[in-house]
Design a protein around this ligand. Sequence first.
Ligand code: NAD
Ligand code: UDP
Length: 322
Amino acid sequence: MSKRILVTGGAGFLGSHLCERLLSEGHDVICLDNLFTGQKKNIVHLLNNPYFEFVRHDVTFPFYTEVDLIYNMACPASPVHYQHDPVQTTKTSVHGAINVLGLAKRTKAKIFQASTSEVYGDPEVHPQSESYWGKVNPIGIRSCYDEGKRCAETLFFDYHRQHKVRIKVGRIFNTYGPRMHPNDGRVVSNFIVQALRGKDITIYGTGNQTRSFCYVDDLIEGISRFVNYDDEFVGPVNLGNPVEFSMLELANNVIRLTGSRSKIVFQPLPSDDPKQRQPNISLAKQHLNWEPKINLESGLVKTISYFDELLKEMKTNGKELP
Ligand code: NAD
Ligand code: UDP
């Protein structure tokens, strides 16, 4: 049945893929975004669709509409961007959660929260299961994001217990793919853009720190199965690809797949940078029968081809990156 769905952060990387998926399923989609890290370019192809509306709005301010389902994706996700205005980052997670939960309470909408593996911080347990409470620095440079997202989870569970709001909390692990911003600062987009431009590949620290990278299509499928599954299963549930790589391995893969002559250079490791990260996805497998299908190599090939096109287009339009 067609639903009226609000996607906050809908003009961002993940949000735009989600809006596309929901429209293809025949839903009526309201995309709300303040375009802080999102771009109209990500949704321009949707603007002529009569079932798609874009609203420029900041989630830290209340928003009134009538909806059946909410996906709360609004929040800058790259360390460079969430550290640019850390107070606004916390407000986006916390005030944003209060506003969308209030909306869900009034409209009786089901609501999905885009939480994150960052709630585990620099984990002492490996791989990370949902039962692990995490090791997070409350006063560091990543705290605005990590603690903001933790507090948002608290709010979701309290609205669920206290007001019976139907919640779905997904903990998303590093996801990559087309429509990441070329200046986003996250490792996959940085390495690909650097390799395609023949610039040095910047590894922070030794490059032995690990992450597990999920291709965007797999993630969107996981979110969709979770939200459409039994309302009693509220999460939190890990959504990510459990295959772990070091940043050195990632850099070498990107160099090989782009055929680039870029050199690897080492730069200081930012503080509180987690040493390792890998999701335990047993819960998602068991309940949602979901696991990622796209391996790093094929996901990187698709993402490289996206950035290759984008950089050529930017060059033609005289909008080259600095
Ligand atoms: P993104 O930066 O591309 O998208 C975030 C979107 O939210 C942008 O369009 C931005 O303009 C918008 N936004 C930011 N602050 C806002 C505000 N105050 N009001 C309205 N809109 C606002 O990042 P993404 O990778 O698409 O991440 C989407 C969500 O998923 C985020 O909540 C992020 O924390 C979460 N997440 C992403 C990953 C990942 O690897 N991509 C991992 C874990 C969690
Ligand atoms: N990183 C890197 N070079 C870059 C960007 C990031 O070596 O140009 C490292 C970063 O220090 C971290 C890992 O890559 O260890 C993943 O960084 P990202 O910002 O993508 O995500 P997060 O740290 O939030 O998982």
